[in-house]
Ligand binder design. Structure first.
Ligand SMILES: [Fe+2]
Length: 183
C-alpha cells in the first residue's frame, strides 16, 4: 500500500474513532441518571466519561497533526454505526442491566478500534499518534476489565432490587399485570 493510501486510511479510521467516542459520550451521560442505587458504577462511569472527553481531545490533536480539518467531523458523527444501533432499549426497569451490557460491548468495540488504529499507525510510521492511541487503549482496556469484573455484582444488586419490588411493579415479570411492553 502506498504511503498516501495508508495516511488516508489512518485519517478515515481516526474520524470513525472520533465519531465512536462522541457516540460513547452520548450513550454514557444519560446513564448516570439511572444509577442512583449503584454509586460504585456511577463513580466509575463518571470517571470514564472524563477519560473519554480526554480521548476525544487526543484524537483532535492527532488529526490536527495530520493537517486534517476536524471541524468537518460532525458529518462523521452522524454516520457512525456502532454496536448500540442493534440493541434496542425497550423496557425501563432493567435499563441498568442493559446499560451494563451495552457498555461492555462498546468498550470492547473501542478496544478493537484502537488496536486496529495502532496497527495502521505502525504501517504509516505515525509514531507520535501511536503513543497517544496507546494511552487511550490502556484506558479502554481498564474500563472494559472493570465492567467485566463488576458485571456479576451489578447483576446481583439488580436482582436484589427487583426482588424487593412488588411483583405487580415488575414489567417483564410473567406474573406481572403490565405484560406486553417488555423487551
Ligand atoms: Fe471507552
Amino acid at each position: 500500500m502506498a504511503e498516501t493510501e495508508i495516511r488516508d486510511m489512518f485519517v478515515i479510521r481516526l474520524r470513525n474513532a472520533y465519531a465512536m467516542e462522541n457516540q460513547a459520550l452520548g450513550m454514557m451521560r444519560p446513564q448516570l441518571s439511572r444509577l442512583e442505587h449503584y454509586p460504585e458504577v456511577a463513580a466509575k462511569l463518571e470517571r470514564h466519561i472524563g477519560e473519554t472527553e480526554d480521548q476525544v481531545k487526543r484524537l483532535e490533536r492527532i488529526l490536527e497533526d495530520m493537517d486534517e480539518n476536524y471541524l468537518n467531523l460532525k458529518d462523521t458523527i452522524l454516520s457512525f454505526a456502532g454496536p448500540t444501533t442493534v440493541m434496542s432499549h425497550a423496557s425501563v426497569d432493567d435499563k441498568v442491566l442493559k446499560d451494563a451490557l451495552t457498555d461492555f460491548a462498546f468498550e470492547n468495540y473501542e478496544i478493537a478500534a484502537y488496536k486496529s488504529l495502532m496497527t495502521i499507525a505502525d504501517a504509516g510510521n505515525f509514531g507520535d499518534a501511536k503513543d497517544a492511541l496507546q494511552e487511550t487503549l490502556a484506558k479502554e482496556q481498564s474500563m472494559a476489565k472493570w465492567l467485566d469484573d463488576n458485571l456479576p455484582a451489578v447483576t446481583r444488586k439488580f436482582l436484589l432490587m427487583w426482588e424487593g419490588d412488588a411483583p405487580a411493579a415488575r414489567p417483564g415479570d410473567p406474573r406481572s399485570a403490565h405484560d406486553g411492553d417488555h423487551a
